[in-house]
Design a protein around this ligand. Sequence first.
Ligand SMILES: [Zn+2]
Length: 96
Amino acid sequence: MQLRIFFKSFPETSKCPSCGKIGTIRRSRAKNFVELSIKSTRIANFYKCRECGWRGILRKYSVNKYSFITLFFYALLIVSVAYVITQVLKNNFGEQ
Ligand SMILES: [Zn+2]
């Protein structure tokens, strides 16, 4: 079982959203303040396609179907731990 929710993706090796070619995506420098602030979040980055000239934002992290399963297990764990804690508190400090 995996415990991670976010997976690092590598836009450099993924398909170009415009022309669909693989391996043509290169990182692009931020051109203005807005782009710079997006880049500073480290979630996404600017990329450019060498083939067709496409330029845009690609996320550096992605979620997959296992992320939701993991998230569900975390939620289940939190709920069950909370339940156990309330039961222990009730048994020890609650009114009889
Ligand atoms: Zn392209």
